[in-house]
Design a protein around this ligand. Sequence first.
Ligand SMILES: NC(=O)c1ccc[n+]([C@@H]2O[C@H](COP(=O)([O-])OP(=O)(O)OC[C@H]3O[C@@H](n4cnc5c(N)ncnc54)[C@H](O)[C@@H]3O)[C@@H](O)[C@H]2O)c1
Length: 328
Amino acid sequence: MTGRTVLIAGGAGYIGSHAAKSLRAAGHNPVVFDNLSTGHEHAVRWGPLVRGDIRDPHAVRSALREHRPDLVMHFAARIEVGEGERAPAEFYDNNVAGSLNLIRVMMEEGVRSLVFSSTCAIYGDPERLPLTEEMPKRPVSVYGRTKLMVEQMLEDIAHAEDFRFAALRYFNASGADPEGEIGEEHEPETHLIPNALKAAVGLGGAMRLFGNDYPTPDGTNVRDFVHVSDLADAHSLAADHLVQGGGNLQLNLGVGKGVTVLDVLRAVERAIGRPVPFEIAPRRAGDAVSLYADTTRVSSALAWRPHRSDLDTIVGSAWRFHRKSWGL
Ligand SMILES: NC(=O)c1ccc[n+]([C@@H]2O[C@H](COP(=O)([O-])OP(=O)(O)OC[C@H]3O[C@@H](n4cnc5c(N)ncnc54)[C@H](O)[C@@H]3O)[C@@H](O)[C@H]2O)c1
């Protein structure tokens, strides 16, 4: 189905901008709604930008009235875990109150489908791996708790009202658009791959690895890296599902393969042909030892298959983007 209008809250950010590009490529009409608090105007290239805050009912209402979207994709959030610990009220306000406001105004305006950016951080430190959707949700950060609260709100609202949602629980979003037009530009950047690339080209100091004494193959944390364009595909599939009348979804979105932090540094070294200087720092409170997804549910519910998520492809795409954006 083409020609659908999709309001992308947070579409000027890393993942939302890739979703916009992929929607446009599939013949849809993305409209970005973003307060540019962490997003970038230059990343809005595939549809109009409405500057506004999801906490502002008037701004949300006027965007919905003007553009009449078929559904909303909701990426808008504060995401830096450490900032959440320092400023929890700000995180609850932005992520929870903001989401509630967005959903209420959507319902008042007759827009009844939402794809929501959730996270594997809602699980906390799991007892077993791979992580299935039914496992206990015990987030160990304010950030993770804000996302779990929104999922709970969505469950309750969808149960009581004519409203449907897909909550996609991303594991580690990574990589960049294969054409290198957009990529990861967080400030501060806390994510592993851009920081390893920075360290390798001498733009930052040595990488700090938080702990090398975990019970994992090489002592460093294990994570599940999924290419941002594969995530964008999953959003389009989830949107098709909702628009065609499918039921609510809560899905893990990883590739189901755990790689260690040191595996990632080696991939960076292969991509750019230089060593990544690093130093070992103490373990960080709240870091789960290992996280990787059981992907059974997402493969059957959406027939989603990642095509670009092997580690070398992810790192290669990130490097092509950063090399250009850093003028190297
Ligand atoms: N990056 C990851 O690895 C990852 C993993 C799991 C989940 N997520 C979730 O995916 C979503 C997108 O993450 P990202 O990495 O693209 O982050 P990002 O910071 O690049 O993008 C977030 C966007 O939301 C906008 N925004 C924030 N608060 C807003 C508000 N109140 N009103 C309007 N716009 C607002 C920002 O300006 C930004 O453009 C987030 O919800 C995040 O929690 C990300």
